[in-house]
Design a protein around this ligand. Sequence first.
Ligand code: ADP
Ligand code: MG
Ligand code: MG
Length: 342
Amino acid sequence: MASHQYQLLCLENPILDIISKKDGRALLEEYALDPNGFTMADDKHKSIYDKLLSDPNAVLTAGGAAQNTARGVQYILEPDSVVYFGCVGNDEYAEKLQEANKKVGLKVFYRVDEKEPTGRCGVVVTDHNRSLVTDLAAANCYKVEHLKEHWDVVENSKAYFVGGYHLTVCVPAVMALAEDAAKNNKPFALSLNAPFICQFFKDPLDQTAPYWDYIVGNETEAVAYAEAHSLDLKAPQEIVKHLANLPKKNTQRKRVAIITQGTEPTLVAVQGEDEVKSYPVHPIDKNKIEDTTGAGDAFAAGFFAGVAKGESLEKCVDMGQWLAALGIQEQGPGYPFPKQTY
Ligand code: ADP
Ligand code: MG
Ligand code: MG
C-alpha cells in the first residue's frame, strides 16, 4: 500500500507535442488546416507527423493539458507532491514524456497500451499562429480499471484535477474521481480545455458539473459553454457567475469558477457571492513571449499549487498568472530552469 500523501492527483491525456516552423503554410494548405485551429486527426492527417519530424529543427516537448498542469504544480510544490494518470504506448515517445516529467519530479502512473502509439500533437507554426493536429492514439485507451488498480494512490491524494479533454476518453474514470471527491470532501477541479468540449461533449461535461469545486477555462470556452447551454449570456463576467452557481453535490465547499482571458483580466466568481472579482495579468514584454501554447495550463498549475498550499484566492490567481507569464517565455508548454520561485 502506498502511504505517501500527494497534494494533487491529475488525470488526462499524455501527449507529445511536435512543433515545427518548416513549410508551415504548405502544410496548412495540404491538410486544409486553420492557422489557429484545433483538429482531431483522422486517417488523412496521420502522415503530417512524419513531415513535422522530418524538420531537423522540430522541437519535441511533453504536452497534454493536464500533464502540463501537473508538471507546473510539481514545479512549485515540495518534491513528490503531484501524481499524474493517463495512457501511453510502449515506445520512445513515452520515454520522452517521462524525461520531461522526471525533470520536475512529477510522479506518473501510466497505463501502457501495447497496440497504440503514444499520443501526438502536431503543432504547425506560421508567424504567431499555431495549428494543432492531435492524434490521441494510446491516450484514448485509458481505462477506469487502471485507476481502480491504483486506488490506494487516489485515497492518498488530497485533491483531484481533471482535464476536460479526458471527457472524450474515459468518463467512468473522471466520474470515479468526482464521486470520491464529493464523498470524502476533497476538492475536485475540472478544466474546460477547449470550446469543442463544451459543444460536443456537453452531456459528459454536465454529468461532472455538480462535482466541480473548481472550474477553470478561458474566454472562448466560457462563450462556447453559454452557447451550448443556450444561455442568454454573452459577457464572460455573467458566464463565470453562472458556472459558480450551478447545482453542487458537495455543499461543504463553495464552488469557485475562474475564467482567464489571455492578456485581459482573470475573472473569479464564488458560489453565492454577488461580486465577480477581476485580476489584471502580469504584463510581459511582447518580445519575450516565445510561445503562448499552454498558457492556460500553466495558469491552472500556479493556481492549484496555491490551493494546495492553502493560499487565499487572490494569491492563487496571482500564482497562476506568475507561472503562466514564465511558461509563455519557453518554447512549448514548459517551465524555466534554473527553477524560479514565486
Ligand atoms: P489559454 O491558454 O487557455 O487560452 P489564456 O490565453 O487565457 O489561456 O492565458 C492564461 C493566462 O496566461 C492569462 O490569464 C495570463 O495570466 C497568462 N497570459 C496569457 N497570455 C499572456 C500574455 N500575452 N502576457 C501575459 N500573460 C499572459
Ligand atoms: Mg488564450
Ligand atoms: Mg487553455
